[in-house]
Design a protein around this ligand. Structure first.
Ligand code: PMP
Length: 447
């Protein structure tokens, strides 16, 4: 027995699974059973396991300078280089970066930077943030308020009203459209709802709109054509920032450098983590436009210390590993490759669209979901939570690690280094697991 309180786990669950080692896109448990990694850890291990260059980068940095904090302007080479590299990569004007340790803390940081910035420019009433239903932005107290999932609010007294989080529709046509509504009508309706919300609350009170370009943990929602164009126009009209949470979609995942590029978004702020270091070290980045940072400097000149920072902000080992990760992405042209392999994955998954258990196949690049449904025609998901658990277990039985999200959507997000042959291998296991689940669902009379 161990003394761990497991995160995001049914604490009553008695079974644990002990992972022992990893190699490339494969994981091995403590019985020596091999699994192919279908979810890149938690959407993060882009370069797979055992990458010698990353190990070396960490080891070299540990030997040279294992720790240095950044309070009071202390700095070091690896964090400076990483910030320059990111600033050059991000689809933002002269991005300035605040480093943290997780996607959640990057989002918390942004909530604070927004307030600091609007105080600086004399608009202290601009405080509210619009977040969407069916979104995931993390789990710390503030980030969980942005998250639009019940399970992360219930029993925690969240969201906290004082944070001023407003909620708008998820761009999920499958489960959000009214009967007979076309995709265009759906987009018109939900973007009109967004505009009405802004007008009701007063645009002068709203700081930002946060969105994952394509959602991850809430079900891999790919918005319909035209959605972001309309959202962006509304935000521009009312002087509200577009805050892109790219914790999953950043660094090649959607077949481009960033999800914002894929979805044609021009963000004012970005949250990055996970693939920033291929998860070899925890690190996050909260990026803002250069002119926002200029205003923050003015505010600090008046107010003194910018009172926010983590012990491990810009941790030298994490920064060195992230820098090497970005170098490998570039050298190996992994984003371009992700586009090609992503197309292959999406095409192969589409073949399951006609399966009686599959309600929808969706995705972009190397992120996808296959949603299982009790009634395809009526687009009715399974009410019985056991179906998702069964499917997950069946995948594991066949040597595939995936996650089931939003009830019964099987999420795929393999390491960017996966080959087409390995995609075939992944789907071979999925195929068998789907057949097992179909047999079980039928036997249980669940469809
Ligand atoms: N934002 C998004 C879009 C995420 O997917 C996640 C994690 N899955 C987070 C924020 C939070 O990141 P972390 O778990 O590192 O705190």
């Amino acid at each position: 027995m161990s003394h761990i309180i497991y995160p995001t786990t049914n604490l009553k669950a008695t079974e644990t699974m002990t992972m022992e080692r990893g190699e490339g896109v494969y994981l091995y448990d403590n019985h020596g059973k091999r699994y192919i990694e279908g979810l890149a850890g938690l959407w993060c291990t882009s370069l797979g396991y055992g990458n010698q260059e990353l190990i070396q980068a960490a080891s070299d940095q540990m030997a040279k300078l294992s720790f240095s904090h950044m309070f009071g302007g202390k700095t070091h080479e690896s964090a400076m280089q990483l910030s320059d590299k990111l600033s050059a990569m991000l689809p933002m004007d002269n991005a300035q970066i605040f480093f943290g340790n997780s996607g959640s803390d990057a989002n918390d940081t942004h909530i604070k930077m927004l307030r600091y910035y609007f105080d600086a420019i004399g608009k202290p009433e601009k405080r509210k943030i619009i977040a969407r239903e069916r979104s995931y932005h993390g789990i710390t107290v503030a980030a969980a308020c942005l998250t639009g999932l019940d399970v992360n609010h219930k029993h925690f007294d969240l969201p906290i009203d004082a944070l001023g989080i407003l909620r708008t529709d998820a761009p999920h046509y499958l489960h959000g459209a009214l009967a007979g509504e076309s995709e265009t009508q759906f987009v018109d309706r939900i973007t009109n709802n967004l505009e009405q919300l802004i007008l009701r609350e007063g645009p002068e009170t709203i700081a930002a709109f946060i969105a994952e370009p394509i959602t991850g943990a809430s079900g891999v929602i790919v918005p319909p054509e035209g959605y972001y164009e309309k959202v962006q126009a509304i935000l521009n009209k009312y002087d509200i920032f577009f805050w892109a949470d790219e914790v999953i979609t950043g660094f090649g995942r959607t077949g481009n450098d960033f999800g914002s590029t894929t979805m044609d978004i021009k963000p004012d702020m970005m949250s990055l983590a996970k693939q920033l270091s291929s998860a070899y070290m925890p690190i996050s980045a909260a990026a803002v436009r250069g002119d926002m940072y200029e205003a923050m400097i003015d505010q600090s000149a008046k107010a003194g210390v910018f009172g926010h920072g983590f012990t491990y902000s810009g941790h030298p080992v994490a920064a060195a590993v992230a820098l090497k990760t970005l170098e490998i992405y570039e050298r190996e042209r992994l984003f371009e490759q992700a586009a090609v392999k992503g197309e292959y994955l999406q095409k192969r998954l589409q073949a399951y669209a006609d399966h009686p258990l599959v309600g929808e196949v969706r995705g972009k690049g190397l992120i996808a979901a296959v949603e299982l449904m009790a009634d395809k025609a009526a687009k009715k998901p399974f009410a019985d939570g056991r179906v998702g658990s069964y499917m997950l277990q069946a995948c594991q039985n066949h040597g595939l690690i995936i996650r089931v999200v939003a009830g019964s959507a099987v999420a795929f997000c393999p390491p960017l280094i996966i080959t087409e042959a390995q995609i075939d291998e992944m789907l071979e296991a999925f195929d068998k697991a789907l057949a097992d689940t179909m047999a079980w669902v039928t036997a249980e009379g669940l469809m």
